[in-house]
Write a new protein. Structure first.
Length: 604
């Protein structure tokens, strides 16, 4: 898209959003969409008349861009054509009342569909002829699982054959990319024959396309499809209709539609950027400026003890708020003695060093992130999990807010910098959070795994800036956790500190009376069998976990959980290892569980 071209209108299908059509329309409008695709089931379930819906959309500033879907029309056995046309006329009546001029006809899936392109073209021509009389257009879409028509090139062949001005194509990125069709041919289709464009991404899965499509679609940028390339061909063809999102997804079906709509809009803005619509570029990130923990009264002493044992020093007090600054080399932990949001302690802010905090905030704003600028030099945004991300400039201006402690200089312990921050996401916000970090901060996904943990399946996705200065590891339960098994347990979070000498850190911890989280012998026996690390005895002695890949090694240990949710990791990267030791996470979880039970029975 050239810079000065009017931008494409932005749309969303009601099927993307949870709730009834009233909730969906409001959410779409509030997120700034220009139009909607009305999914038939949403219309059937409302008591509003089509005229009322039309007026509601108009009042909300939404154009109804598409009515969908109309199924099993083309290449029906000829005796059924009359009934199909009658069915269509009913829908045309409805569309007139709604004030929508384009209907999506998806390729037939009926078992008795006839394998005959001439018949398909002839029937679609008859449909278009009737539609044209009423000012209606037919957008024909090849479903990836269509009985005979399941590729865009096949659908284009039939549309070209039918040759009617009221008949064109609906292209849906899912159907095209899920079958690994080459989208390059789209550029050769005349733009005026592209009536509608539906955009969806999806994770790579080996799965029947229908199941994949109906349950696992995600918004652009949240999956593995190359939508930038796809959209490039569509725009090259001269398409000038709306960019409309059509995502069938089990999580979004039950999530707050207002969050989903904002997430959806963010995905579209980011996709537009990838095809040349300008946004403020993401400034370079150079590290974690500070991380703030909000801690309740009962947990404060334990946190102070743990930080001390890890080699931190209390170096300052906030001039206005009950916030302490703890430091060690390039690590700054803020301890906010305000009331935590539950669970004893929680990461309330994550501050990154940006080469241009004001530009970071401008980009965030363009991507619909809630921006707070109580201090223009240090703007902040709220992430989907509710935590704050603060953009700090290179000059450490934030330090002015702290009165240095008289008792302490900055310690020079064995921990050097923040390696990563790990945040368990609320069930409904995982894909949204990953897209947020990717688009707003410019982080890229570098690790995507799933594993079976003691309390269920976990999906983990780590994102990092290109220089590996800011790494954020997200995880989520794959299936919503039952409350009975884990009543009120808040999502765990941890900060991982880097060291060049993990065994010395472990020894220091033990000497300080705060030994690392115990790891069972079974783990080390297996480690010996699998990887036979050179320093197995040291690993075992120091309760240090181990991982290795082709590029290097990873050694890591953990503290117990403080309160119910926060703990620390200490890790040492050797060579070019870029992972997070994710394979060891179930071991760590079981060990934390054991420690929690032991603490509980000691208290009883
Ligand atoms: O899953 C379906 O049936 C369905 C319906 C309409 C669409 O546009 C689509 O892509 C899929
Ligand atoms: Mg579709």
């Amino acid at each position: 898209m050239p810079d000065n071209a009017p931008r494409h209108r932005r749309g969303i299908a009601t099927v993307c959003l949870s709730g009834t059509i009233e909730d969906k329309l409001l959410a779409a409008a509030e997120a700034g969409f220009d139009g909607v695709e009305i999914f038939e089931n949403d219309l059937l379930a409302t008591s509003q008349t089509p005229e009322q819906l039309r007026d509601r959309c108009r009042d909300l500033g939404l154009r109804i861009d598409l009515y969908q879907p109309f199924r099993d029309f083309e290449a029906a056995p000829p005796p059924r054509l009359a009934a199909n046309l009658r069915r269509a006329e009913h829908k045309f009546d409805l569309m007139e009342r709604l004030g929508v001029d384009t209907v999506l006809v998806c390729s037939s899936v009926a078992p008795d569909t006839v394998d005959d392109d001439d018949l398909a073209a002839e029937q679609l021509h008859a449909l278009a002829e009737r539609a044209a009389k009423r000012g209606i257009r037919i957008a024909y879409e090849a479903l990836a699982w269509g009985r005979f028509v399941n590729t865009y090139s096949h659908s284009w062949d039939i549309v070209a054959r039918a040759d009617h001005p009221a008949l064109g194509l609906c292209l849906d990125s899912f159907h095209i990319l899920s079958r690994a069709s080459d989208p390059a041919g789209i550029a050769d289709i005349p733009g005026e024959k592209l009536f509608f464009l539906q955009l969806a991404d999806a994770p790579s899965l080996r799965m029947d396309p229908l199941q994949w499509s109906r349950h696992h679609r995600v918004f652009p940028g949240q999956g593995n499809f190359d939508l930038k390339r796809f959209l490039g061909y569509v725009l090259d063809a001269g398409y000038d209709g709306p960019l409309s999102l059509e995502v069938f997804n089990d999580v979004y079906r039950q999530a707050d539609p207002r969050c989903t709509a904002v997430d959806a809009m963010r995905s579209l803005v980011a996709l537009e950027e990838s095809v040349g619509v300008p946004l403020p570029a993401p400034p370079r990130l150079t590290g974690h400026a500070f991380t703030e923990l909000t801690v309740d009264e009962p947990t404060q002493a334990r946190l102070a003890d743990t930080l001390t044992a890890l080699g931190f020093t209390l170096t300052g007090h906030h001039r206005e708020s009950p916030v302490e600054l703890w430091e060690q080399n390039a690590i700054r932990v803020l301890v906010n003695r305000g009331s935590s949001s539950g669970g004893g302690a929680g990461i309330s802010s994550l501050a990154v060093e940006s080469s241009d905090p004001v530009a970071s905030a401008r980009r965030a704003e363009a991507l619909l992130a809630p921006v707070h600028t109580p201090d223009a030099a240090m703007p902040a945004v709220t992430a989907p999990d509710g935590s704050r991300i603060v953009f700090c400039g290179p000059g450490e201006a934030w330090r002015d807010r702290f009165r240095p402690s008289s008792e302490a200089s900055r310690a020079e312990g064995g921990l050097t910098h923040v390696d990563h921050i790990a945040l368990t996401q609320p069930f409904d916000h995982f894909d949204e959070a990953a897209l947020f970090l990717h688009s707003v901060l410019g982080l890229d996904t570098e690790d995507n795994t799933e594993y079976a943990a003691p309390f269920g399946l976990v999906r983990a996705r780590a994102l990092s800036d290109p220089g590996h200065h800011v790494r954020i590891a997200l995880s989520v339960a794959l299936i919503r956790r039952g409350e009975e098994w884990s009543p009120g347990v808040p999502a765990p979070q941890h900060i991982a500190f880097a060291t060049d000498d993990i065994f010395t850190v472990a020894t220091t911890l033990r000497t300080a009376g705060a030994p690392p989280l115990p790891i069972p012998d079974n783990y080390y026996d297996d480690l010996d069998a699998r990887l036979a690390p050179l320093r197995l005895a040291d690993l075992r002695e120091h309760h240090t976990l181990y991982d290795r890949d082709n590029d290097g090694e990873f050694l890591h240990l953990y503290t117990p959980v403080l309160g119910d949710r926060v703990f620390f990791e200490v890790c040492q990267r050797i060579g070019g290892y870029l992972g997070y030791g994710t394979a060891n996470t179930p071991i760590r979880m079981a060990a934390h569980r054991q420690q929690r039970l032991a603490a509980r029975s000691a208290a009883a």
